[in-house]
Design a protein around this ligand. Sequence first.
Ligand code: PLP
Length: 373
Amino acid sequence: MKKFIPVSKPSISKKDIKSVISVLKKNWISSEGPEVKKLEFRFSKLVGHKYGIAVSNGTAALEIAIKSLNLSKNDEVIVPNFTIFSNTLAVIKQNLKIKFVDCNLFDWNMDLNKLEKLINKNTKAIIATHIYNFPIQMNKLKKMCKNKKIFIIEDAAEVIGQKIGNVYCGGFGDISTYSFYANKQITSGEGGMITTNNLKFYQNAVNLRNLCFGKKDRFNHSEIGWNYRITNLQASLALSQLKRINSIVKKKEEIGKLYFEKLKNNKNIFIPPPKNNYSKNIYWVVAILILNKKMGKDAKKTMNYLKKKGIGSRPFFWPMNKQNILKKLKYKIKGNFKNSEYISKYGFYLPSSIDLTKKEVNLICKIVNNYFN
Ligand SMILES: Cc1ncc(COP(=O)(O)O)c(C=O)c1O
């Protein structure tokens, strides 16, 4: 049988394994210990923030980040309509008001012009999630929020190692979140991080991560927190991977460029280019959008076809305005979300593990090009 090419496979080096074993041998198996602190220090330094708080996953990071801001009940948070559900969860679990903004069609990030129109006196925070390939124009977003007392929560889960100018993504937010899930640039299996320059947010986040233990009497709690701790074993894996973030990113870029060269001339599909006018594309995923609807091929059909050919793929996110659970909870979602609806039906992504060979990329592109001819 032909080898199946998975959409994503973690890359674990001998050094990664050695570092986890050494931590295990030293008995640092829980969240208490030096590796978590080292990871927090090195990661926050990379993105240029003062403080880092390592947590159990990227969803937890978002929940803590929102709660750290201490918003009030009627405060409004604007969230992309095309994103991971974790963004929405973080807001609605805190009983905050939520508004969704549609994405644009060229990089699938939230449309900043539409976002500007949604901002009003109740808007207290915006979740700026970088989606798949190009980052959001953070400088433009920051300008928009300046003097309005709107916090930016930058969700940089998918863009670890990506820069805008000289600043790493995550370095723009008032508070920023990341995921170390197995398909991310660096992984700890499960894991996540929060970074910020704000001492108060940092203190809140540290507290919320660890059950908000009492200051005076440890087991007398005054706040609702979580156990969203990460272990030293996980931290040691992430730390070891963090050391080679530049080579991981370089490899991802190379794979993305190979795909781009082979697929760019196919007029029936769109693959994002290696750079735009403000940033490089480090290709967290190799995302494809079907342009020619008349072919009668949507993402689902395509993915089934690719599977039969031994190629793994994944669909794009499901838009927030179409989420069953939000309908069930009777959220009134106003607005026009035609872009997110289109791309969630016609978008999918292809294999992009860093050990993918040129031969494999060529084979995948040949199959994709034949299918869309
Ligand atoms: C943009 C974004 N934010 C948050 C998350 C959630 O991260 P986790 O899976 O670690 O909870 C993901 C997940 O992949 C993501 O893509």
